[in-house]
Design a protein around this ligand. Structure first.
Ligand SMILES: N[C@@H](CCC(=O)N[C@@H](CS)C(=O)NCC(=O)O)C(=O)O
Length: 273
């Protein structure tokens, strides 16, 4: 029996515009494990309506403590489990399907990338609670630091989110309510945009150093992909799907093309059902 994977539907055709980082981490992990699944596309404004009936805890909270309903979700009819956090989904797949597909998602490796700044967000980044066993805590820290590094520059991306024209206004209104700023004012332009791109590049230098450790590339462990590459790859999908083409090209070229090569190599785990 197939698992069901819930991803966010943006502008049609949804398969072409899908660029939400956390669902992409899950797609990469599902394809890596070669676990059969079907995708259910949920329009961005309908996430709460779809998620609440599952009765699973919200993976994030707004700054005032109220639940922030997010995707991905994965339901596995074989075990009856429904999981609503990308990291917890990856841990579940590893436990449930240890010998499937391309192997281990969480082999021990050096994942020492530190973002090193507190972010003030309308909804803080969630830290997955998956225990302290083996190599996994290092991946949890890596996930939090990579999420923070990219989120700190998400203002570059937000304005380019490919919204479904039929639902765009309600989505913009919701984000304006959350962030307290008119949609158009959230879009960074001109010199400030250049500065933010510069900060983005500098912020990713520690990540690039980790990628340089094994020069055989394109993954952190050379030719072997792991969940850490899917974490970075999920955010690269967000960059590709939201940034103007020239900026995406620039990012792909940073640090000798590390991010471009990684994105390209992840294509083998990017198929859709
Ligand atoms: N900790 C969660 C975070 C999930 C998350 O933030 N998902 C975003 C998409 S990447 C979302 O569903 N956003 C919906 C919204 O902002 O309304 C996970 O890793 O699954």
């Amino acid at each position: 029996m197939s698992l069901t994977f819930y991803d966010i539907a943006l502008a049609p055709p949804v398969e072409k515009t899908s660029c939400s980082p956390n669902p992409w981490k899950t797609r990469y992990a599902l394809n890596f494990k070669k676990v059969p699944y079907k995708t259910t596309w949920v329009p961005l404004p309908d996430i709460s309506k779809v998620r609440v009936p599952f009765n699973i805890p919200a993976s994030r909270k707004f700054a005032d403590g109220s639940p922030y309903h997010t995707l991905p979700i994965v339901s596995d009819p074989t075990t009856g489990r429904t999981i609503g956090d990308s990291f917890e989904i990856a841990v579940y797949l590893e436990e449930q399907y240890p010998s499937s597909g391309a192997g281990e998602l969480f082999p021990a490796q050096d994942l020492d990338f530190v973002f090193g700044r507190e972010l003030e967000l309308f909804a803080p980044i969630a830290v997955a609670d998956v225990g302290e066993d083996g190599a996994i805590p290092a991946y949890v820290r890596f996930n939090t630091n990579v999420d923070s590094a990219f989120t700190a520059h998400a203002q570059l991306m937000g304005g380019g989110l490919p919204l479904d024209p039929a639902r765009a206004q309600e989505t913009k209104t919701e984000f304006e309510k959350r962030i307290g700023v008119p949609w158009d004012a959230m879009v960074v332009k001109g010199e400030a945009r250049g500065e933010l791109m510069k900060s983005f590049e500098e912020t990713l230098s520690g990540l690039a150093s980790l990628y340089r450790k094994d020069a055989s590339g394109p993954f952190l462990l050379g030719t072997r992909a792991t969940y850490a590459d899917f974490i970075v790859g999920g955010w690269l999908r967000m960059c590709q799907g939201t940034l103007p083409g020239e900026e995406w090209d620039v990012i792909k070229g940073w640090y000798g093309g590390i991010f471009g090569k990684l994105h390209e190599a992840l294509e083998v785990f990017a198929q859709m059902d």
